[in-house]
Design a protein around this ligand. Structure first.
Ligand code: GLN
Length: 259
């Protein structure tokens, strides 16, 4: 749906189709006031998902607040890649870890589509973890949430680690479209070159990844080559595949622990 459709279906509580086929009806006064209020905020640059407090991801509904990154359509490629690997001969991994879960969109989707697996997720923001917990409950999924910077302390034996870490270079944040500036800086900023989290994840992943486990990460525009080199330089890890998004941009990197 485009933004106008999202706005009207949400506020009028109707389907997209009925916007076009429902004939001419007078809009109740109260709804007009609501729509005018939303439009005012939207015109000032606030993302529609924050105004409505929700978005859709992998066919599920997620609550979003300014404490969490708004789930992006590209991130569905991260989830789809993880699901594709989870279904290959060895079957679903017993334990999966989502690093930097934010709204919980990745972890909750994996919990829904891999009901046999134990899904764990971390975030350094307590407010984000509260949103993720609400989203897991609302979607009827169990996710073990940990307040932690990257890895959950004392946990290991993950057959799969997934992450969409903050990857925007610090100096580029202010020049991004104004909507992005409403999102939490901690969910966007990946240090001077944007690659800080990949460095930290690569450096420590072998301690928590089982053998042969998979590390599957989303990367930003133009970062794939650097992240592949980083993985290749990590003892015991090798790059397995790079998946591009629908715009042809290398978006998801799959690595395997081989020793
Ligand atoms: N995992 C969440 C998402 O993909 C949050 C990512 C983040 O905050 N960088 O939307």
């Amino acid at each position: 749906m485009n933004e106008a459709e999202l706005l009207f279906t949400d506020i009028l509580g109707c389907s997209r189709i009925s916007l076009y086929t429902g004939g001419k009806r007078r809009m109740p006064e109260g709804k007009c006031v609501l729509i005018a209020g939303v439009l005012k905020r939207r015109i000032l640059g606030e993302p529609l998902q924050y105004i409505l407090g929700r978005t859709e991801f992998m066919g599920m509904d997620f609550r979003v607040t300014p404490d969490v990154l708004i789930p992006r359509p590209e991130t569905e490629i991260l989830v789809e890649t993880a699901l594709r690997y989870a279904k290959i001969p060895q079957g679903a991994p017993r334990r999966v870890l989502d690093i930097g879960t934010g709204s919980g969109c990745v972890a909750v989707s994996l919990a829904r589509y891999l009901p046999q697996s134990n899904i764990c997720a971390t975030d350094i923001s307590a407010a984000a973890l509260r949103v993720a917990a609400g989203n897991a409950a609302a979607n009827g999924c169990g996710v073990d949430l940990f307040y932690a910077d990257i890895f959950p302390p004392g946990e290991s034996g993950f057959g799969m680690i997934v992450s969409n870490p903050p990857y925007i270079p610090e100096g580029q944040i202010e020049s991004l479209q104004r909507e992005v500036l409403y999102e939490p800086r901690g969910a966007l900023c990946g240090g001077t070159d944007g690659l800080d989290f990949y460095r930290r994840i690569c450096a420590e992943c072998r301690g928590v990844l089982s053998h042969p486990g998979l590390l599957i990460m989303e990367v930003g525009y133009g970062q794939a080559e650097d992240v592949r080199s980083m993985i290749s330089a990590t003892p015991g890890m090798r790059v397995e595949e790079t998946v591009s998004d629908y715009a042809g941009i290398e978006r998801v990197i799959v690595a395997r622990r081989q020793s």
